[in-house]
Design a protein. Structure first.
Length: 527
């Protein structure tokens, strides 16, 4: 009996040891499982937090038209900028420091005289493919070259800091405050053709009254009227003491830099699309290049000295080559931050050096070459539309009235098609089909009214100055009576639509006297 009791005690102790050991293992397993659960929850919460930040910080999608439409709705509601952020002001200070650190020294570059049209007109009898007649002192060239390299090196730390809201798309327009009525015409035409992209309109040298007028006139059109002068102010504690002499063409690159958008459709105040352009920021050639520019009528006249200064290879120029026309551009600021800042540098020192290095006295000297050339110098991809521009009207009517610029997506498709066809001999049927397609492929997308500028605030002054009279004394259309010439390109009577929008804006603002005068002109000229 005593042994039996000992056996029971021994078995009990063994059982207790087993249970205790098992409990210890269970506790370890519970602790381990709890740790795994906590780790999983932490990772899930991090992903959720990141997703939330990504969703709330971006307002447009990248790939399809459907995504573009849905993101446009969000962007229209949530993109308000109203003025420079502290980040923008700080970046402007650093950019100015970069400009001044790389300031070239020397005499102002000037051509011996104006370059005659027959030298740069590709349709002249003996056009000049290579122009090289600038005289620049050797020490000036060395200063330009040395400081160009200094600024290019500074782009390594400047470009990554360029401020913008990632994955946002929008339209940027710049205008003098006194001429914002021209930009307002572009805005109403953008909305007329169905664009839903948000618009940031930068006004330079604007009075408080002009700024207020911009805001009131464009109310309800999802436009931010932004005061460029505020963006040019430096922080109170800035170490930059030199006031930057910003003027004229220099506002263009700065408006793109100061914009909060990543993907930008830039428009001069007198340029606007004749069809909805929103898809251009999600299609070729923009998708793979990030910078799209349009051509001017003329051969490029860039001096070989420029490429020597920039340390770049001079591109081959043929009779098909064209200079740039910067009234319309597509810009990806993430992909082209460095070339955008280099373009700003060329403009900052443009009047003294770079404008004539790019034009050599040809027509249109200014900012127009700085954007494409900056990308070329840095080896960044870009697409210059190959379809040449066309005058809107006959040259005898208000100097051609303006410029048609082609659809870049269709231009890109045409060039790809031509490249593929070079390797095969097309049949007669294929040639006919290609000819038919070429008509639609090279259709126009933009009207740049650099000759006759429609000012929505002063429409009758434009009529009084420019509208021709019929023999019976009746005022006629600004673009003449050959309406078919316009409809063949635009697909509709563009001048009529512009005047309809002008009437709508002016009469909605209850400017009864002006409204009545516009209506009378419209009824007489467009009956």
């Amino acid at each position: 009996m005593h042994r039996s009791w000992q056996d029971k005690v021994s078995k009990g102790a063994t059982l207790i040891n087993f249970v205790t050991t098992r409990q210890r293992y269970v506790k370890i397993i519970i602790v381990f499982v709890s740790f795994i659960c906590l780790l999983t929850l932490w990772e899930f919460w991090s992903d959720l937090s990141f997703a939330y930040k990504r969703v709330t910080s971006s307002s447009s999608a990248e790939q399809s038209a459907a995504e573009l439409n849905s993101s446009s709705n969000a962007t229209l509601e949530n993109s308000a900028q109203y003025g420079p952020t502290s980040q923008t002001s700080e970046f402007w200070e650093h950019l100015l420091e970069g400009f001044y650190t790389a300031e070239p020294h020397g005499h102002k570059i000037s051509p011996p005289q104006k370059l005659s049209r027959d030298k740069f007109d590709p349709h002249a009898d003996n056009p000049q493919l290579h122009t090289d007649w600038l005289e620049v002192a050797g020490e000036d060239i060395e200063s330009l070259k040395e400081n160009h390299e200094i600024f290019v090196q500074s782009l390594r730390h400047l470009a990554p800091k360029l401020p913008f809201k990632r994955n946002t798309k929008g339209i940027v327009i710049t205008s003098q405050g006194s001429k914002f009525g021209v930009a307002a015409t572009a805005v109403v035409m953008l909305r007329n053709v169905g664009s839903r992209l948000p618009i940031q309109l930068f006004l330079d040298s604007a009075s408080e009254e002009e700024y207020q007028k911009c805001t009131e006139t464009l109310a309800g059109m999802q436009v931010e009227c932004l005061n460029m002068d505020e963006f040019l102010q430096l922080p109170p504690n800035s170490t930059v003491t030199k006031k930057p002499p910003i003027e004229a063409y220099q506002y263009k690159p700065l408006s793109i830099i100061f914009s909060s958008f990543q993907d930008v459709l830039f428009l001069d105040s007198d340029a606007f699309p004749i069809r909805n352009p929103d898809h251009l920021l999600v299609t070729e050639p923009y998708k793979t290049h990030g910078l799209v520019t349009w051509p001017d009528f003329w051969l490029p006249t860039i001096s070989p000295l420029f490429y020597k200064i920039a340390g770049a290879t001079m591109p081959n120029v043929t009779i098909e080559s064209r200079s740039s026309e910067s009234g319309v551009m597509l810009y990806n600021k993430a992909r082209h931050a460095d070339s955008l800042l280099l373009a700003a540098y060329y403009n900052f020192y443009g009047r003294k050096f770079y404008y004539q290095l790019h034009s050599q006295g040809a027509w249109g000297s200014g900012d127009k070459e700085t954007f494409m050339q900056s990308a070329l110098v840095l080896g960044n991809p870009f697409w210059q539309v190959t379809t040449p521009p066309k005058e809107i009207t006959d040259g005898s009517i208000n100097w051609g009235s303006g410029i048609w610029q082609a659809d870049p997506e269709q231009d890109w498709k045409l060039q790809k098609q031509r490249g593929q066809n070079m390797t095969t001999i097309p049949t007669r049927k294929q040639r006919l089909r290609q000819g038919d397609e070429e008509v639609s492929v090279t259709s126009a997308m933009f009207a740049h009214l650099n000759r006759v500028k429609f000012d929505i605030n002063h429409p009758m002054k434009m009529v009084e100055d420019l509208a021709p009279e019929s023999p019976d004394g009746r005022l006629q259309r600004l673009w003449g009576n050959d309406v078919e010439k316009i409809t063949d390109v635009a697909g509709y009577d563009l001048e009529r639509v512009i005047w309809q929008e002008v009437i709508k804006v002016n009469c909605d603002r209850m400017l009864m006297d002006e409204c009545e005068r516009i209506r009378k002109y419209y009824e007489a000229a467009f009956r």
